[in-house]
Design a protein around this ligand. Structure first.
Ligand code: 4AD
Ligand code: MG
Length: 486
């Protein structure tokens, strides 16, 4: 058996009896730095803290030591000793060092110095080996685990909804087509259009933009379900918050109304934050320091004021502000920002809130997460529940978006239209073919119940918790317009 190593996190924790001072251990990992031909900082990805391996002078061949370069991989056998240096409690006094894989120092792209995030994006296959990405991806992992734990504790069923679908759940038309038809000479029908009846599935198909519609079908039997999977949007937005392939968590709950839905979403976000604060304290502390250093470079007015951990604590300890869309518009219209014409996009009842409006509400006005409810029906998807008693021309739906500081929209959700006639009327008005959605309408025909759900953008949540400002830095291999490496 080759793998008898102790993980570096475990070794450094000081709580592991097999690696107590005086024990013989095996550690394996990648060299971060090698100082004075004696001190090797070794990292295995279990933590940002490297173990210091001491290769005492004169005990190892020069030829071997020359191969201990940044990026090389080692198997080290040695004795755990109390550390002389500062910053660590124990280190490993090497008795044998084996090079598992050399790394040519001239060619290895990661130097033992700070690289820009832009540079590292081009080296996404190696960036996991840096402290920043080590912390980000360990936190991403924890968040994913906490998602399942949260719902499992509450008796939700994890429903795997399809990746390939024939419906456009959001009705926004931003879909990637899935086809096996040839690009040239595709079969045509009588009308001269491409004949998808000859395609693989016998119809036109695409990658899913959301698992919600299928999720609703599950909720109509299991009461509480959630999905957690990749979703795809062919929107041509080159921003720090949009990906063409992102992960979304979508709970759907029978018997919930809009308020229940908001409560669930707020509890969920707080649970995720609390989980990471408890289980990833080291990584958060690292990112907190990193962010503080980055902020020092910014002009004062652009600084967030709170440190990362302080911000997360604040979010945990305070209720999210809840306002209606109409109230949000009033706040914007009455703001000095508006009066001084500082918004690029106009503000009036009926507009879709732009990112600058969302950020104003969250970062300037309330300075905390905000849930905006009851949006105009005209700017929201067909499945949202019509509010009763609206003024004509001012119809609203029972929608809710959660806006987070530094991110903007992190959650989008609603109570669903459970009344068959109203749903059909809305779909007709929006030119959504009823026949194709007959399966969906069945849930309203047979035992319809009030229900609600939402989608949390997983990468935006990872951004929020890690303080990373670009969404490309919280997913392993980002897919954005004109970019699909790896
Ligand atoms: O607001 P959206 O479009 O809502 C839905 O898809 C609903 N079906 C959800 C539901 O009610 N079950 O997307 C939900 C969230 C957004 O709030 C945002 O956090 C994230 O998904 N999101 C994106 N994240 C990264 N890149 C993109 N292009 C995103 N588009 C949406
Ligand atoms: Mg949305």
């Amino acid at each position: 058996m080759f793998n008898q190593r102790v993980k570096i996190k475990q070794l450094l924790s000081g709580t592991d009896s097999a690696s107590a001072v005086g024990s013989e251990v095996v550690v394996m990992g990648w060299v971060r730095t090698f100082r004075n031909n004696q001190f090797i900082a070794l990292n295995d990805g279990s933590t940002n803290n490297n173990v210091q391996v001491v290769a005492s002078l004169g005990e190892f061949d020069d030829a071997l030591l020359k191969r201990v370069t940044t990026g090389a991989s080692l198997k080290v056998k040695g004795i755990v000793v109390e550390s002389q240096g500062k910053g660590q409690t124990v280190e490993v006094k090497a008795t044998s060092i084996e090079i598992l894989g050399d790394s040519d120092a001239e060619k290895y792209p990661l130097q033992p110095k700070k690289h820009s995030l832009e540079f590292l994006r081009e080296k996404a296959h190696l960036r996991f080996r840096t402290n920043t990405f080590g912390s980000v991806f360990r936190i991403r992992h924890s968040l994913a685990f906490a998602v399942h734990q949260f719902f499992n504790e509450r008796g939700f069923l994890y429903l795997h909804t399809p990746i390939i679908t024939s419906s456009d759940a959001e009705g926004a038309g931003e879909m990637f087509r899935v086809t096996t038809l040839p690009l040239e000479g595709a079969p045509k029908n009588d009308k001269g259009e491409i004949d998808f009846s000859q395609d693989f599935f016998g119809k036109s198909t695409n990658l899913t933009v959301s698992g919600q519609l299928e999720g609703e079908l599950g909720a109509m039997a299991f009461s509480d379900i959630y999905t957690f999977g990749p979703t795809f949007r062919a929107e041509n937005s080159n921003t720090t918050r949009h990906l063409a392939e992102f992960w979304m968590i979508e709970p759907e709950v029978a018997f919930n109304d809009l308020e229940d839905n908001m409560n669930l979403a707020e509890d969920f976000i707080k649970y995720l934050i609390a989980y990471v604060m408890k289980h990833n304290a080291d990584d958060l502390a690292f990112l907190d320091t990193r962010l503080a250093e980055e902020e020092k470079q910014l002009p004062t007015e652009k600084r967030s004021g709170l440190g990362l951990v302080e911000k997360l604590k604040f979010v945990l300890e305070n209720g999210f502000e809840r306002i209606t869309y109409t109230e949000a518009i009033d706040i914007l219209l009455n703001s000095n920002h508006y009066k001084k014409k500082k918004f690029q996009y106009d503000v009036k009842w009926g507009i879709d809130l732009q990112s600058e409006h969302e950020r104003f509400l969250v970062e300037q006005h309330f300075k905390k997460p905000v849930i905006v409810t009851n949006y105009p029906a005209a700017i929201k998807a067909f499945y949202m529940r019509m509010n009763d008693g609206c003024e004509p021309g001012k119809e609203t739906v029972a929608a809710m978006d959660i806006l987070a500081p530094g991110i903007g929209e992190i959650v989008g959700g609603s109570q669903r239209e459970e009344r068959l006639e109203k749903l059909e009327a809305r779909m007709n008005a929006m030119h959504i073919p009823l026949e194709e959605m007959s399966y969906y309408l069945d849930t309203r025909r047979f035992g319809s119940v009030p229900h609600a759900g939402f989608g949390l953008g997983f990468e935006r949540m990872v951004q929020f918790v890690t303080g990373m400002t670009n969404i490309r830095d919280v997913i392993a291999f980002a897919r954005t317009p004109n970019n699909c490496e790896y």
